[in-house]
Design a protein around this ligand. Structure first.
Ligand code: NAP
Length: 308
C-alpha cells in the first residue's frame, strides 16, 4: 500500500474478468484515489456495485471518464471504436487512455483517431486470464508475474508511457513494449490458434456419430478435458479476437495446417523417426516454459488425478 495514489481517478469501461481484477489490485495497492465503473448493461453494473468494485457507477461511459486521469477500456476488442467515440468529448487533457484487448493493431485503428489532442493513448494487453468472465471472476493476483505488453506508436509521450509501465508493475506485472503488428503475430501462435484448435476439437467431438456424448464426457481425462477448459471461454470475446486479428491468425493457421499435414503423412507412412523428432522438440519447449516460470511442473497441471 503506497502513501499517495498514482492516479486521482481511474475509469474502467467494462467490468468483467479483467476490469474487476484491475479494480481489486488497484484497491489492494492503493494505486488510485477513486474508481468509476461503467458497463453496458444495468445488470452487470448492479453486480459490480454489490461487489464494491468502484466508487461511482454508470452505464454512460462518457460520464465515467470525466476528470479521470487513467481510463482503461476493458470491454471486448470490437467495442473499441464506439467506446472511443463516446468518451472522447469528456476526456481531460493529459489523461492516459489504454485498453486490455487481446488484439492490438485493430484497437489502435479503432480508438486512436477519436483521441483529442493532449490525451495520451497507449494500447496494452495483460497476457493473463482465465476461462471465466463477468465481474465475479476477477481477483487481485491475476497479473502477478504475468506480462503486460504495451504497443505505443512512434508519437507516444515518453512520460505517459513510463507512468503506464509503472502502473502495471505496481499491479504485479512485468512490462514489455513491442509493435502492435508483432504483438498480434506472437499472440496468434501463443493464444489465438491454440484457442481455435480447442474450439475445433471440442466441436468435432460433439459432432462425431461413432462416439457417444456420454463416452466423450466419461473418458475426457484423456487430454480432451484441457481443451474443454479453453473452449468454455467467453464467445463474444473470442469472436471479436478472430474478427480483429484476421490476417495474423490466417497466416499462422496456414503454417499450422502445413505442419499438421506433415504429421498426418508421417503417421500414414509409419515414419516413427519423424514423429519422435517432433515430440522431442515439443517436450523441450514445455521444459523451457516451466524454466521461465510461466507454468508449473506439477504433474497434470497441479491436479491430483492421473493423466492419460
Ligand atoms: P468479460 O468478463 O466478458 O467482460 C466484458 C465487459 O465488457 C462486461 O462489463 C461487458 O458489459 C462489457 N461489454 C461487452 N460488450 C460490450 C460492448 N459492445 N460495449 C461496451 N461494453 C461491452 O471480458 P474480459 O474477459 O474481462 O475481457 C475484456 C477484454 O480483455 C477483452 O478485450 C479481452 O480480449 C481482453 N483480455 C481477456 C483475457 C481473458 O482471459 N479473459 C485476458 C487478457 C485480455 P455487460 O456485461 O454490461 O454487457
Amino acid at each position: 500500500m503506497r502513501d499517495k495514489p498514482m492516479f486521482n481517478k481511474l475509469a474502467l469501461i467494462g467490468i468483467g474478468l479483467i476490469g474487476s481484477s484491475i479494480s481489486h489490485v488497484v484497491r489492494r495497492e492503493g494505486l488510485v484515489g477513486s474508481i468509476a465503473v461503467s458497463t453496458r448493461s444495468d445488470q452487470t453494473l448492479a453486480r459490480a456495485e454489490v461487489l464494491g468494485l468502484g466508487d461511482h457507477y454508470t452505464t454512460n461511459a462518457a460520464d465515467a471518464v470525466v476528470d479521470a486521469d487513467l481510463i482503461i477500456h476493458c470491454a471486448p476488442v470490437g467495442a473499441g471504436a464506439a467506446i472511443a467515440e463516446q468518451i472522447a468529448p469528456a476526456l481531460k487533457p493529459g489523461a492516459i487512455v489504454t485498453d486490455v484487448g487481446s488484439v492490438k493493431a485493430s484497437v489502435i485503428a479503432q480508438m486512436k483517431p477519436h483521441m483529442p489532442k493532449g490525451v495520451h493513448f497507449i494500447a496494452g494487453h495483460p497476457v493473463a486470464g482465465t476461462e471465466y468472465s463477468g465481474p465475479d471472476a476477477g481477483f487481485a493476483s491475476l497479473f502477478e508475474n504475468h506480462w503486460v505488453i504495451l504497443t505505443p506508436e512512434d508519437d507516444v509521450d515518453e512520460t505517459a508511457l513510463d507512468t503506464l509501465k509503472q502502473f502495471w508493475q505496481a499491479c504485479g506485472a512485468n512490462v514489455d513494449v513491442m509493435e502492435a503488428s508483432h504483438h498480434d503475430l506472437v499472440l496468434a501462435i501463443t493464444s489465438h490458434i491454440p484457442q481455435l484448435i480447442s474450439y475445433n476439437i471440442v466441436d468435432t467431438a460433439a459432432n462425431l456419430e461413432s462416439v457417444t456424448q456420454s463416452e466423450v464426457m466419461k473418458y475426457s481425462a484423456g487430454g480432451f478435458r484441457d481443451f474443454t477448459r479453453l473452449a468454455s471461454s467467453d464467445p463474444t470475446m473470442w469472436r471479436d479476437i478472430y474478427l480483429h486479428n484476421k490476417d495474423a491468425v490466417l497466416e499462422t493457421l496456414g503454417r499450422f495446417s502445413e505442419d499438421l499435414t506433415a504429421m498426418q503423412r508421417a503417421i500414414r507412412w509409419g515414419d516413427g523417426d519423424a514423429l519422435f523428432k517432433i515430440f522431442t522438440r515439443t517436450r523441450q519447449i514445455r521444459k523451457d516454459i516451466i524454466a521461465v516460470g510461466q507454468e508449473t511442473d506439477s504433474p497434470n497441471f497441479g491436479r491430483n488425478e492421473p493423466l492419460e
